[in-house]
Design a protein around this ligand. Sequence first.
Ligand SMILES: Nc1ncnc2c1ncn2[C@@H]1O[C@H](COP(=O)(O)OP(=O)(O)OP(=O)(O)O)[C@@H](O)[C@H]1O
Length: 744
Amino acid sequence: MDSSKPTTSLFDVFLRLRPSSAVDKERFLDVEQPESTTTGSQAPTHITIHPPVNDNRKRAVEKFAFTSVFEEHVGQREIFESTGIVPIVEGVLGGQGREGRDGLVATLGVTGSGKSHTILGSKSQRGITQLTLNVLFQHTAPYLVDAETRPTIFQSLCSSDVSEAQILSAAAYLDSIYSPGEAGRLSRATTPAMVRESTLYTLPGSYPTTINTNMNGDSTSSGTARSTPAVYERLYPSLAKNQSRLPHSPSKPNVITRSIAKLTSSFQQDVSFMSMQASRRYMPRISALSQFPAVDDIGIEVDNSAEYAIVISMYEVYNDRIFDLLTASATAKAPQKRRALLFKSTELSPDRKVVAGLRKVICANLEEALLVLETGLTERRVAGTGSNTASSRSHGFFCLDVKKRRRSSSHVAVPGPWSNSTLTIVDLAGSERARTAKTAGATLAEAGKINESLMYLGQCMQMQSDNARNSTLPGAVERMVPFRQCKLTELLFSNSLSTHHGAIHKAPQKSIMIVTADPLGDFNATSQILRYSALAREVTVPRIPSVTATILAASAAAHNKPANGRNSPSALQEDLDAALAEISRLRQELEVTQVLLEEETQRRIEAESSWQVAESRIEDVEAEIREEVFAEMEDRLEMEKRRWRAARHVEMDAQDEHLDRKLDLLSQQMGAEVYEDGMVGKENLGTVAEERFVELEDENTVLKEKLANAEREKEVMRSPSKKMRVLKPSRKWQGSAGVSLDDL
Ligand SMILES: Nc1ncnc2c1ncn2[C@@H]1O[C@H](COP(=O)(O)OP(=O)(O)OP(=O)(O)O)[C@@H](O)[C@H]1O
């Protein structure tokens, strides 16, 4: 089996095994050590999985190839270094004078296999996300722009963003989340690394006891007042730095003073921090987050002719809909109100889809970025299941936009335009079996959606490995990866294809997938994921020595010879052995074919079910479109009616006016007396005038008919039920001013 990475591969695929806590379970996965391990440090690339001993479905032994396999003892730093994340970060920053290239790092695996641990770490260890942020900020620090205090830079960053985003500075964002008005916001989960601010006060001597709280919840300090900023600076060095730039306003307390004031107030009321409401939110303590493993010695190349801005956004895909994790939309009053965002092309990004309308936060340093990350993660949907006490119920996307532009210098007066490249780190929700996870209700429904999206992801990855396998065949045509089936695959794959924006060619993103597995976990679920994610796969049937041995023994008995045949090497025996070996080989081949057939049947069943899902979705969409079109038609009809009515009123007014003018003219010409009520006195008319009067009467009759017709039409428009009545001609026409022309 060729383990080399296929050229058409969209992802590099790594396998990480987690240390298992299970003691009574059988290990079903073995790592094949490469021969060169004895001489060099080459990581293994192949694994073999064996069906459980008591497996009543006769299943094959399967061998899988990955870019690298990391065994249980491998730590977070080695994963960070060996999976090629560092070159991806360099790619995002872009080489000297070049635009960056998008990157994607994702984890995939069964629930509880260690995806979140790999991406986000735990209380004692940092994950890939924190390590990436550390390396990124450490090396770009001298080249980062100051968007906080320079409005022109902030403005230029806002206007360069193509995703209709709401861009904020980190201080403004954190203030919007932790300000008193937002204190009742719901917290869905604590993050693996988060230690809440309240724990600060349990440490002896760490609490500035002289802080007092006024009626507004503002804090004032007395006596040892200088200790307060020291605590701020130790806890929130970046915010303290930012605040020192801003004029201090006692009437407008900042987020930190308010937070401490609230805690002081609780403390003074003798309320235990442990008994505080879970929904209450406190700023995470930076110093309490893990610093391990250190990555300060890892170097990356940065373009020193450029300046950078690092902008963070976070969202989750929950039930196939995208929700912003940085928008404070879930409040205690309206927990359900979360607006789903669209993945679409925008005015400024016509050739490339983006998640439109996200909130994005410009971070000036690592501390700010970690605070934003921790805050966003508390919004993510997490629930306890039978398989994992904090199981992710959504696919989490953490996006690092690196904005880059040429710096102004003595040669170039103005800086260049901003370019943007994004590193997306994805923590996928895990596939799970309802029976193992013991889920029910909404959690079970979520699992259904998670499994469905992972099935589509599996189809895409399967297509990728099929394409890679077929690419070596003459005349092979690469098949399109079906990534538009759901939001998850669209988000993961659509930037993996190269696009053109005007004359600019954007390179496809560089992607890596880290598959996590528990070698003592669920065999069925794990093998399914390995099957579609591995770069290559080989199926073998376990040797069944008993079959050959039985036949040999039987034939030996028939010839009354020893079973091993060593003592009687006759030609007959040799023929018999050869025949038995051939039978055994054919039998194995048949079994492999049976296994493959079974798998193909399974795939067909899955494809049929996804076809059915697609069909019912089409029906839903069709019904939705029908309703929309019908509603639009009704609106338009109503608008047309209103327009027609307005036009008719105008016409009637014009006719009245015309009539009045004629009467005026007539009375002037004939010297007839026009009474105050508009009637003309006939007694004053001469012969010529009488003729003219008759003419005008005829004309009036025509006008009357026209008006009567108009009146009838109006009635018809008003109510179809009155149609019949209106069709009967009215006996007598009354002018709009109540003047009867018959009376003239
Ligand atoms: N490599 C590892 N080393 C130590 N502990 C680990 C490792 N991988 C996972 N764990 C621990 O196992 C538990 C479950 O892991 P985690 O939450 O990362 O699983 P998951 O795959 O993200 O699950 P889900 O899909 O349900 O969210 C956690 O307590 C985590 O700390």
